[in-house]
Design a protein around this ligand. Structure first.
Ligand code: GUN
Ligand code: FE
Length: 459
């Protein structure tokens, strides 16, 4: 790869409430995809290595950090939108398991995952934390496809050795653990993935949820996590009342007070744990999640469709307590692979929460939801020292947004006199993938609606 220089507008989050808009910036990305300079005034001399590829963004175009999807079921991409309104356990049995069972077929898995990963990249999702199905072969294929297409990803073989129909249930905890170990080893043998700190694609332990896992399986996964300080873990946590009741029925002592106690007792909760949904949370649940430094994958579309009603996670309370929060598309549990749709739904859900809390939990601002989709998600995945915004030294994971006139998209048109904040707001609230001209991961162009990159010779 060559050095790239981008002249133009840049928008990114500095912190939860602080959005930085640089209208006339220069970003320099080295051949390894690392941001080596970010000049904000446009008139300072920069030392740029020889023979760079130079790109000038037009008025109305800007760079944003790539979106981080902290919760995504890859095998549910072909079933987005199905079974809306069903309660979680019925939805799993009637809709989800039959579709996930198709991934026993490696040919089907390859074809479907090619489309899945391409679609998420096209939506500007540069990092995804994927649940695979319970099939090891298909999950290894998913990891290979992420790497081939250049998406930063966590990929996990789903563990489920009970309370699932025979056609999809794993034979035993031992088989599940052995296949998980094989999958982890396979991913770490992929080119460039051996060294966890530098790997683009990493393994993640993925117990579906306690209802589908025996104590033996949870214990084995906890041991893997304790031994291997580079392994992350993801699971579903306090998603719906039906799920919480069933979990208590299976673990009457361990889960008596909180699912946090249950997962913690198996050694599964630490700063590398990503807990999806977290909709029904007591003070105690939140205290434990905070104390153990786990991250929350907030999935506002799935929470308000599948799972048992209109669930509104207490995101403002999480943020007040300093709990890490990112956003998740969830794929099948929702109806969208677009992070923009999730961002909008996060705002709507937070407005509902404001009403439900008699004004105590204020709705989330545009700045805050954008932060959750980028830097917040990077924190949840423990990647905030390398991605999430355009700080010098981080890797260049980004989308080049185009709002230029004549572009066919759903976006509210840009008008004369619009401030940059207004243009950004129009894109976030009404734009779509047609506005995402180019997508970069680690400085490499991996997707985008524009065929050609505009390049200007020299500086
Ligand atoms: N709980 C266990 N499995 C699932 C799943 O696939 N989706 C959601 N939303 N919740 C779950
Ligand atoms: Fe989920």
């Amino acid at each position: 790869m060559v050095v790239k220089v981008f002249h133009g507008a840049v928008v990114h989050s500095i912190s939860l409430g602080e959005l930085e808009i640089v209208e006339n910036g220069t970003l320099v990305v080295d051949a390894a995809g690392v941001i080596v300079a970010f000049e904000r005034s446009g008139n300072q001399e920069l030392s740029i290595p020889e023979d760079p590829q130079v790109h000038h963004l037009e008025p109305g175009e800007f760079l944003i950090p790539g979106f981080v999807d902290t919760h995504n079921h890859a095998p549910q991409w072909p079933m987005r939108g199905l079974g809306q309104g069903l309660h979680i356990l019925e939805w799993l049995n009637q809709v989800t398991f039959p579709i996930e069972a198709r991934f026993a077929d490696a040919t089907y898995a390859r074809r479907t995952y090619e489309n899945t990963v391409s679609d998420f990249l096209r939506q500007g999702i540069t990092t995804a934390s994927y649940y695979g199905s319970r099939h090891a072969e298909a999950t290894c294929i998913l990891a290979e496809i992420c790497l081939e297409k250049g998406q930063r990803a966590f990929v996990g073989k789903c563990n489920m050795d009970r309370n699932a129909p025979e056609y999809i249930c794993e034979q035993s905890a031992d088989v599940s653990l052995r296949e998980t170990q094989d999958c982890v080893a396979h991913i770490r043998k992929l080119p460039g993935c051996a060294e966890p700190k530098h790997a683009l694609v990493k393994p993640v332990l993925t117990p579906r949820f306690a209802i589908c896992c025996t104590s033996k399986l949870l214990c084995g996964l906890g041991n893997m996590m304790k031994k291997d300080k580079d392994l992350a873990m993801q699971t579903h946590f306090n998603e719906a009342q039906q799920e919480i009741d069933a979990t208590r029925g299976l673990f009457p002592v361990l889960a008596a007070k909180s699912e946090a106690d249950l997962y913690e007792s198996f050694g599964l909760l630490c700063p590398r744990s990503v807990l999806a949904h977290c909709t029904i949370m007591t003070d105690y649940d939140m205290e434990r999640v905070k104390a153990l430094q786990c991250g929350v994958a907030h999935c506002p579309i799935a929470n308000m469709t599948v799972g048992g009603g209109f669930m509104v996670a207490p995101v403002r309370d999480f943020l007040r307590r300093g709990i890490k929060v990112g956003l998740g598309t969830d794929s099948g549990g929702g109806w969208a692979s677009q992070m923009l749709a999730v961002i909008r739904q996060a705002m709507i859900a937070s407005n509902a929460r404001e009403v439900m809390s008699q004004g105590e939990d204020k709705g989330l601002s545009l700045e805050e939801v954008f932060y959750l989709a980028t830097l917040g998600g990077a924190q949840v995945m423990c990647l905030d020292d390398s991605i999430g915004n355009f700080q010098v030294g981080k890797q260049f994971d980004a989308s080049w947004i185009s709002t230029t006139t004549g572009l066919q998209s759903a976006m509210t048109p840009r008008e004369e006199g619009d401030s940059f904040r207004t243009i950004f707001e129009k894109y976030i609230m009404s734009g779509d993938d047609r506005n995402i001209a180019h997508v970069y991961v680690r400085g490499r162009r991996v997707a985008g609606s524009h065929q050609e990159l505009r390049e200007v010779e020299g500086c």
